[in-house]
Design a protein around this ligand. Structure first.
Ligand code: BTN
Length: 271
C-alpha cells in the first residue's frame, strides 16, 4: 500500500495543476504521490472504493510502472509523466478497449501542443516521434458479469529524459519530448493540457461514440499501409495493415489475401 496522497510532491503541487484548469470531469479529484508502485494500481484501488469518474492519480516516480503485455514501464523520478484516470462510461464491457485509443489520441494531441512535434500512433496505443516511442497508454477495465465497473487509463510519457537516462533496449527504441524538441518541457502545463484534452475527447465520446476518435487515430496511425506482424496471446498474424475498423481492431490482409482482425495485442512493423 502506498499511503495517502499529498497536495505537494517534488516538482509539482495540486494547486499548480489546478490553476487555470478548465475541465468538466477529468481532474475533479487529484491524488499526487511522491513515489508509488503504479498510478494505475492506485487508481484501481480508489475506483473500487467508489472514487468518482475523472479522479486522476499522478506520481513523481513509480517503483513498478506497468506497461502493456506484462511489460515494465521505466518511471524515473521527475523525468516523465505518470498519470492514471478513472472513467466510468455507460457502455457495454466489450467496448471498453476502445477507450485506450481515446487515451492515445488525447496524449498525442497534448504532446503536439506542448512541443510542436508531430506524434504518430502505432496501433493500438504507442506514441511515436521520429520512429521512437515517447509514450504509451494502458487501458484496464474492471468488469462484473457483463457490466463495466470502471476503466483505468494509464498514460506514461517520456518528458525530460536525456539519452543517458535510458537504459538497455530503451537506448535504441525510446526517446523523450526533451530530446526530440530540444528543450525542457514544463510537466505541470502538460498535465493540465492532457486533462483538458482528455476531458473534451471524453465528452465527445459520451455524446457521439467512438467514431470521431477512430478518425483521429487513423489520421495519426503509423501502422496502416505497412507490413506488420501482429501478436495476440499465442496467435501470430503477418500481412499488410489495411484498416482500423469501427471497433478499433486492426485489419490485416494476410498472404492469402484474407482479411483478419486483431482486437488486442502488439504489432511489429516489418516493412
Ligand atoms: C505501454 O506499454 O506502452 C503502456 C505504458 C503505460 C504506462 C503508464 S505510466 C502511468 C500508468 N501507471 C502504470 O503503472 N502504467 C501506466
Amino acid at each position: 500500500m502506498d499511503g495517502v496522497s499529498k497536495g505537494v510532491v517534488e516538482g509539482f503541487s495540486e494547486l499548480d495543476i489546478r490553476s487555470g484548469l478548465v475541465t468538466r470531469r477529468i481532474g475533479a479529484a487529484l491524488h499526487l504521490f511522491q513515489d508509488i508502485d503504479s498510478t494505475s494500481e492506485q487508481a484501481a484501488l480508489l475506483a473500487e472504493r467508489g472514487a468518482s469518474e475523472g479522479t486522476v492519480v499522478i506520481a513523481h516516480a513509480q517503483r513498478r510502472g506497468r506497461g502493456r503485455m506484462g511489460r515494465q514501464w521505466a518511471s524515473p523520478a521527475g523525468l516523465g509523466i505518470y498519470f492514471s484516470v478513472i472513467l466510468r462510461p455507460p457502455i457495454p464491457a466489450q467496448r471498453a478497449p476502445a477507450l485506450a485509443l481515446l487515451g492515445a489520441a488525447a496524449a498525442a494531441e497534448a504532446i503536439d501542443r506542448a512541443t510542436g512535434l508531430a506524434t504518430g500512433i502505432k496501433w493500438p496505443n504507442d506514441l511515436i516521434v521520429r520512429e521512437r516511442k515517447v509514450g504509451g497508454v494502458l487501458g484496464e477495465a474492471a468488469v462484473e458479469g457483463a457490466s463495466l465497473q470502471h476503466v483505468i487509463l494509464g498514460i506514461g510519457l517520456n518528458v525530460n529524459q536525456t539519452e543517458a537516462d535510458f537504459e538497455g533496449r530503451l537506448r535504441t527504441t525510446a526517446t523523450s519530448l526533451r530530446i526530440e524538441s530540444g528543450r525542457f518541457i514544463d510537466r505541470i502545463a502538460m498535465i493540465r493540457s492532457l486533462c483538458e484534452i482528455l476531458d473534451s475527447w471524453y465528452e465527445r465520446f459520451l455524446s457521439d461514440g467512438i467514431g470521431p476518435i477512430l478518425e483521429r487515430v487513423r489520421e495519426r496511425c503509423l501502422t496502416l499501409g505497412r507490413q506488420v506482424v501482429g501478436r495476440s496471446g499465442d496467435e501470430e498474424l503477418g500481412g499488410l495493415a489495411v484498416e482500423i475498423d469501427d471497433a478499433g481492431a486492426l485489419v490485416i490482409r494476410d498472404v492469402k489475401g484474407q482479411l483478419r482482425r486483431l482486437f488486442a495485442g502488439d504489432v511489429t512493423l516489418t516493412g
